[in-house]
Design a protein around this ligand. Structure first.
Ligand code: 13P
Ligand code: SF4
Length: 313
């Protein structure tokens, strides 16, 4: 089917079925353009929590669909492709975390939103990269905290809050792969460019940043800054909204390390890019695939998510 016809039918089905389409900044431009709401992980959860739609279509990755379902158990939550996972969420299995918690009695567990429902169910509070500092700061300075699974975000929050949280050794395959040398080369070519870095990147990349923040934070910075050029070290999908918000500015996606022979070396998240217009159309048509969360897990996982939403008001 032609792209325009697909878009037309998606819009009609959305209206007929009282569905809302949510999309993360890392999805392809066509999806961002047709979505009712595009946001970072926090904004997507907030948007799901208050929607009056009967069906939530989450164009993002699996844990984002789970978060919607946990917050809205009575609604149908569908995703364009159930295989859209997350290497970071995969780096923390619930049974491994449970064993770690048992080895550290008296510790509270702060979990990044990029986790499975089972991991959230073991957590005291959830954070996103937008609110991690604020949520961690809600605990006394001497609180014993475990932070996972992203070790780079955890180390960053430790450094800016002067804490010593125990860090889970997890990471994202996209943010862990940016090349410092290539960023420095770009910076030498464009000395006036500001370097924007997501906190899932390693400390060496964070060290050359003019701004460290969530996708929404980096977008805001690029929109409000007087600078004309930006080097962007996060998934390149965010450049779409950056360029739309600032058509006269120039954005350079930070290049990744080129790894011979093993998988993709691009700065796109292969999971996010499983979402396509065709699959969104099919998902609305068939109202599937649906996200299912065990109600007993959801009952436990909703508490740390709600605590985060409370602390983010
Ligand atoms: P934010 O949108 O919260 O910055 O998260 C980035 C990310 O990796 C989502 O998977
Ligand atoms: Fe997960 Fe990384 Fe993809 Fe975000 S960019 S969804 S953290 S794999």
């Amino acid at each position: 089917m032609e792209k325009e016809q697909l878009k037309h039918e998606i819009r009609s089905m959305r209206q007929e079925k009282n569905a809302v389409i949510l999309a993360h900044y890392y999805t392809e431009p066509d999806l961002q353009d047709i979505a009712d709401f595009v946001g970072d992980s926090l904004a997507l959860a907030q948007s799901a929590a208050k929607t009056e739609a009967d069906i939530i279509v989450m164009c993002g990755v699996h844990f984002m669909g789970e978060t919607c379902k946990i917050l809205c158990p009575d609604k149908k939550v569908i995703v364009p492709d159930l295989a859209a996972g997350c290497s970071l969420a995969d780096s923390c299995r619930a049974d491994d975390l449970k064993a770690f918690i048992d080895e550290h009695p008296g510790y509270k567990v702060v979990s990044y939103v990029n986790t499975t429902a089972e991991v959230k169910a073991l957590s005291d509070v959830v954070v996103t990269s937008s609110n991690a500092r604020r949520v961690v700061d809600s605990y006394p300075k001497d609180a014993k905290l475990i932070f996972g699974p992203d070790k780079n975000l955890g180390a960053y929050i430790n450094s800016i809050t002067g804490r010593n949280m125990l860090l889970w050794n997890g990471g994202c395959h996209v943010h862990g792969r940016f090349s410092l040398q290539a960023i420095l080369r770009l910076k030498a070519e464009h000395p006036e460019a500001k370097v924007l870095v997501h906190p899932e990147c390693p400390a060496a990349i964070q060290a050359v940043a003019d701004e460290i923040g969530s996708t929404a934070g980096l977008l805001k910075y690029s929109t409000e800054s007087d600078a004309r050029e930006f080097i962007v070290a996060t998934e390149s999908g965010i450049l779409h909204k950056m360029q739309l918000a600032s058509p006269d500015k120039t954005f350079y996606p930070a290049p990744p390390e080129v790894t011979e022979g093993i998988g993709c070396s691009c700065n796109e998240c292969s999971y996010m890019r499983l979402n396509t217009l065709e699959k969104l159309h099919h998902a609305l048509l068939t109202e599937s695939p649906e996200i299912v969360v065990d109600p007993a897990i959801a009952e436990k996982a909703v508490r740390p998510i709600n605590k985060m939403l409370e602390l983010s008001k």
